[in-house]
Design a protein around this ligand. Structure first.
Ligand code: PGA
Length: 248
């Protein structure tokens, strides 16, 4: 009942040429038969070009962060309504790189989720434990605090929301959680969602990220509560990304 979702995260990579070439290759490789929904989150500066490039395809475009504010004196920031204005459909919020390198706190991230939802953009809210937390057995505690920070805000809607579980130690490292480990965390997240709404909890897509490759995608996506993937490195390679999308 939940349509699988595969989201590419190009991070700070690309150029005008790469944007057009890679999106063309991906959209050509994804035919109408594909069961999953596919989106690509790219640097803001190329979003307009990207939305034009994918206009008559079944690919959609997202951003990688957004301001929590609507407009005003916030030099360098981009608002959700600006993203919506250029046909951006998704935004990654709380990626571990944003949390770690730009000190984004749970409080600010929740405001970003609200800003996106108010503009009709679907937030992809990322949670995940560090390597130390993982090794010292704190995974569920960390995930609970990140997810409840979001759900404790009554204005956050479950109707237009995607969650992404990305163990920090698995991002860009070639290490992945085992399908069983990932499933356990996804089921735990869904149970937290159930505390808010039993019906909606079963509709929210929870995707997995962290070194997803064509070789491990299928066993991850086969898990009951894993509804697709957030793909970093492999999303910059059209064949690898298409192959992952076909497995979802
Ligand atoms: P990765 O990145 O697939 O390169 O591990 C995932 C992510 O950062 O979203």
């Amino acid at each position: 009942m939940r349509q699988p979702l595969v989201v590419g995260n190009w991070k700070m990579n690309g150029s005008r040429k790469l944007t057009v070439d890679l999106l063309d290759s991906i959209s050509n490789g994804i035919d109408a038969k594909i069961a999953s929904e596919v989106a690509v989150c790219i640097p803001n500066v190329f979003i307009s070009l990207a939305t034009e490039t994918v206009r008559s395809t079944n690919l959609t475009i997202g951003a990688q962060t957004v301001s929590e504010f609507e407009a005003g004196a916030y030099t360098g920031e981009i608002s959700a309504s600006m993203l919506e204005d250029i046909d951006c459909r998704w935004v990654i919020i709380g990626h571990s790189e944003r949390r770690a390198l730009y000190n984004e706190t749970n409080e600010a991230l929740v405001l970003k989720v609200l800003a996106a939802q108010q503009s009709g953009i679907t937030p992809i809210f990322c949670v995940g434990e560090s390597e130390t937390d993982y090794k010292e057995g704190r995974t569920f505690k960390v995930i609970e605090s990140q997810v409840t920070a979001l759900l404790n805000n009554a204005m956050v809607s479950l109707d237009n929301l995607v969650l992404a579980y990305e163990p920090v130690w698995a991002i860009g490292t070639g290490l992945t959680a085992t399908p069983e480990e990932a499933q356990e965390v996804h089921a735990f997240i869904r149970n937290l969602l159930r505390e808010r709404s039993v019906e909606l909890a079963d509709e929210v897509r929870i995707i997995y990220g962290g070194s997803v490759k064509p070789t491990n995608a299928e066993e991850l996506f086969d898990q009951q509560d894993i509804d697709g993937g957030l793909i970093g490195g492999a999303s910059l390679d059209a064949n690898a990304f298409i192959s992952i999308c076909q497995k979802a």
